[in-house]
Design a protein around this ligand. Structure first.
Ligand SMILES: C[S@@+](CC[C@H](N)C(=O)[O-])C[C@H]1O[C@@H](n2cnc3c(N)ncnc32)[C@H](O)[C@@H]1O
Length: 302
């Protein structure tokens, strides 16, 4: 798995994590996959990669997520950089979802670790993971199949997904915004607003912006090109600007935060304490599997 030399990642973090990882096993797996054939199962040939994405290394990996090696090393490394426990961190986002959503979109789903938890929590919901990297989608699909879960994977840009208006009850993004320039994160929140039904929820799990602002060494060590700009920003303000109401961010195990916003139902005061389906004025029944004009399952692709 090729990686840039002499980066902070290579010099400090990789030597700490490397002994904990079965590198020969990962290498064998990497070499056993015909990456381009597998990626072609997901690849949308006309998709244009944004410049911020295709021009950068992430975590010291040359080519970032468009290098298949990044998708192989992602899970083994991530388990050690989400203290105190990766699943607790991700589950915090899932636990904050109110009601019983019928359709969930996980943006920048990567290898699908949060997507899988979403499907396990809401087995009847149609769950879709969207990512710019066909290699990450391959790993997500593999993980879902190993867990016996039916999840759909979409190669796409979270800024402009191509899904119809009001087609999801819940839109999530975990560990995405520290990897996107703030202007892109704001566009993704506007797109999330468009995609949600009235009363629908957006949930963003990512690094705690307050903590990151005061721990420069953390922002340095991870080799993330946009993390400093992320730390200086404010997800609450970005959500408010996109039109969300009842916006709140909670610290999650010091290093992370979970932000939630609700798309208002016109003419109805947003009540953050009630599950969104049950809010007066939203005539969508929790027992009806169809979203208005979009019968379920709507986006079946496999
Ligand atoms: C740090 S990973 C997070 C993956 C996963 N959500 C998780 O929690 O482990 C960031 C992911 O976002 C994807 N990504 C970055 N910009 C994107 C965009 N504009 N649209 C869709 N995916 C994007 C990358 O390909 C990568 O898989």
């Amino acid at each position: 798995m090729p990686s840039a030399k002499n980066t902070i990642w290579e010099r400090f973090l990789a030597p700490l994590i490397r002994p904990l990882i079965d590198e020969p096993g990962l290498k064998r797996f990497y070499e056993s996959v015909d990456w381009e054939t597998e990626a072609d199962r997901f690849r949308q040939p006309n998709l244009e990669y944004p410049e911020y994405y295709s021009s950068q290394n992430f975590h010291g990996v040359k080519g970032g997520y468009l290098n298949p090696g990044a998708s192989v090393s992602y899970d083994p490394v991530t388990q050690y950089v989400l203290p105190p426990n990766e699943t607790w961190i991700r589950q915090g986002l899932v636990d904050r979802i109110g009601g019983k959503p019928r359709r969930i979109l996980d943006l920048g789903c990567g290898t699908g670790s949060t997507t899988v938890l979403l499907k396990q929590a809401f087995p009847e919901a149609e769950v879709i993971g969207l990512d710019l990297s066909p290699y990450m989608l391959f790993m997500g699909d593999r993980k879902a199949k190993q867990a016996g879960l039916r999840i759909q994977w979409r190669h796409g840009n979270a800024e402009n997904t191509g899904f119809p208006n009001a087609s999801f009850d819940v839109v999530t993004a975990s560990l995405l915004f520290h990897e996107t320039p703030p202007a892109v994160s704001k566009t993704i929140l506007q797109e999330s607003f468009r995609l949600l039904v009235p009363g629908g929820q957006v949930l963003i799990l990512d690094g705690n912006q307050k903590t990151l602002r005061h721990t420069e060494w953390l922002t340095e060590i991870f080799e993330e090109p946009y993390i400093k700009a992320y730390a200086e920003g404010n997800v609450d303000a970005w959500m408010g600007a996109a039109g969300f109401e009842a916006v709140e961010t909670q610290e999650h195990w010091w290093v992370n935060q979970i932000s939630r916003g609700i798309k208002p139902i016109p003419g109805v005061e947003t009540n953050p304490t009630k599950p969104f389906y049950q809010q007066a004025g939203n005539n969508i029944s929790p027992d009806n599997d169809d979203l208005p004009g979009i019968p379920a399952p709507a986006f079946e692709n496999s």
